[in-house]
Design a protein around this ligand. Structure first.
Ligand SMILES: *Cc1c(COP(=O)(O)O)cnc(C)c1O
Length: 367
C-alpha cells in the first residue's frame, strides 16, 4: 500500500477472481467460462473494416446492441442498459441505488462480489442465511428494510427459485429495489423478464460471458423500468461513457444472431451437467441440484475439499475452492466439454480411490 491511498480504503478487501494461471495448460473448470468458442458469426463480424474503425470511439449508448437485444427479447430499448460485463452493471447499481441507510440484503451464500461492493461504497450489507439445504426462503426477504439482490439461479450453489417466489419478493418490497442477477439463467431456470412490465422496482442483470461464450469480450446487460435505466445511464455517464469496445459490441450482436449455435451449446452443457451429476453421485459426493453451467459438490467424508482441489490441480484440472469461507468443505465445478468432463471424472476416480485406501489403512492402524 502506498502512503497516498485514501484512508477510506484502509479495510478494502477486493474480490478474488478464480485463478487464470499461465504456468501450464489446465482443464479450466474454475470460472464458469464456456468450453465452446463464440459463434462463428462473431469471427465473421470482426471484419477488417471494423478493425480500421477502431480509430473512432464506440457508441457510448451501445444503440446497435440495444436494438438487437430489444428485438431478441421483445423489450423496449428504453428498458435496456449495457455495461462492461455484468460486474460493472452490478457496481453501478450498488453505487446508484444504495447507501449506508438503505443498504443491500443478500443471501449469506451467494456471489461473493456483493459484499465487496458494499465494502467499497460503505453500504450496509445485510446477509440473510440460506436454508440448511442451501435454498433461499423467499419469506426471509419480505418487507425488507434494505434493497435486495438475488442471484437466480444462485451461485455457487446452482439452485434456482421459481418466478412465483421471485414475484412474491418483489411484491412484498414495493418501496425497495429488487435486483435479480440472471448470469446463469440460460442453463435451465426461468427468467423473471416478464415481470419488468408489472413492477417498477425490478432490475434484471444478464451477461454474454457464460451462455454466449464471450467472457473475454466483457458485455453485460440489464432490463428494468425506464426510470431505473435512466438512473443507471446518469451514473454511468458520470463515471465512464465509453465502457464497451467497438469489437465487443459487434461480437455481442453477432452472438445474439446465432440462435441455433446458442441452443446447441447450451443443450450440450445441460446434458453434460446431468451426466457429470450422476457420475459424482456414484462416487458418493454430496451434490446440490444445479440449473447452471456448474455443480456445487462436497467430496465424501474421507477427503477434504481442499485436498481434493489440490490433487486435481496437480493433475492439471482446476476447480473453484472457496477457502476461508462458510463453504470450505465444497468445490464448484464448471461444466466443460464432454471430453474434459471424462478426464475430470477419471482423475476424480483415482483421487477418491487413493483417499479411500489411505483412510482404510489409517483406521486399521488405529485399531
Ligand atoms: C459470472 C457472474 C457475473 C459476472 O459476469 P460478467 O458479465 O462476466 O461480469 C455476475 N454475477 C454472477 C452471479 C456471476 O456468476
Amino acid at each position: 500500500m502506498s502512503r497516498f491511498i485514501s484512508s477510506k480504503f484502509d479495510s478494502l478487501k477486493p474480490y478474488e477472481p478464480g485463478e487464470q494461471p499461465t504456468d501450464k495448460k489446465y482443464i479450466k473448470l474454475n470460472t464458469n467460462e464456456s468450453p465452446f468458442s463464440p459463434s462463428p458469426f462473431v469471427e465473421k463480424a470482426i471484419s477488417d473494416e471494423e478493425i480500421r474503425s477502431l480509430r473512432l470511439y464506440p457508441d457510448p449508448n451501445a444503440n446497435c446492441l440495444k436494438n438487437s437485444l430489444s428485438k431478441h427479447y421483445g423489450v423496449k430499448k428504453e428498458n435496456i442498459f449495457i455495461g462492461n460485463g455484468s460486474d460493472e452493471i452490478l457496481a453501478l447499481i450498488f453505487l446508484a441505488f444504495c447507501d449506508e441507510k438503505t443498504g443491500m440484503a443478500f443471501a449469506n451464500i451467494t456471489y461473493s462480489f456483493y459484499p465487496v461492493y458494499c465494502n467499497l461504497y460503505n453500504i450496509k450489507a445485510k446477509q440473510i442465511p440460506v436454508n440448511s439445504n442451501f435454498s433461499i426462503n423467499p419469506r426471509d426477504y419480505f418487507n425488507c428494510s434494505n434493497n435486495i439482490i438475488i442471484a437466480n439461479p444462485n451461485a455457487p450453489t446452482g439452485i434456482a427459485l421459481n418466478i412465483d417466489d421471485i414475484e412474491s419478493i418483489i411484491k412484498n418490497n414495493k418501496d425497495r429495489l429488487v435486483v435479480v442477477d440472471e448470469a446463469y439463467v440460460d442453463f435451465g431456470a426461468k427468467s423473471c423478464l416478464p415481470l419488468i412490465k408489472k413492477y417498477d422496482n425490478l432490475l434484471i442483470v444478464r451477461t454474454f460471458s457464460k451462455s454466449r461464450s464471450l467472457a473475454g469480450a466483457r458485455i453485460g446487460y440489464a432490463f428494468g423500468n425506464e426510470s431505473l435505466i435512466c438512473d443507471l445511464q446518469k451514473v454511468k455517464f458520470s463515471f465512464n461513457s465509453y465502457t464497451n469496445s467497438r469489437l465487443s459490441l459487434v461480437a455481442a450482436i453477432a452472438a445474439l444472431e446465432d440462435e441455433d449455435y446458442f441452443l446447441k451449446c447450451r443443450g450440450v452443457i445441460i446434458k453434460t451437467r446431468e451426466k457429470t451429476y450422476k457420475q459424482l453421485k456414484k462416487l458418493n459426493f454430496t451434490l446440490l441440484p444445479s440449473l447452471t453451467n456448474f455443480i456445487f459438490a462436497k467430496p465424501p467424508a474421507f477427503i477434504s475439499a481442499s485436498s481434493y482441489y489440490n490433487k486435481l490441480k496437480q493433475m492439471g484440472i482446476l476447480v473453484r475452492y472457496f477457502k476461508n469461507s462458510n463453504i470450505d468443505s465444497w468445490v464448484r465445478i464448471t461444466i466443460g466439454s464432454s471430453e474434459e468432463m471424462d478426464t475430470f471424472i477419471e482423475k476424480t476416480n483415482l483421487i477418491i480411490l487413493e483417499a479411500q485406501n489411505e483412510n482404510c489403512k489409517n483406521s486399521t492402524q488405529n485399531k
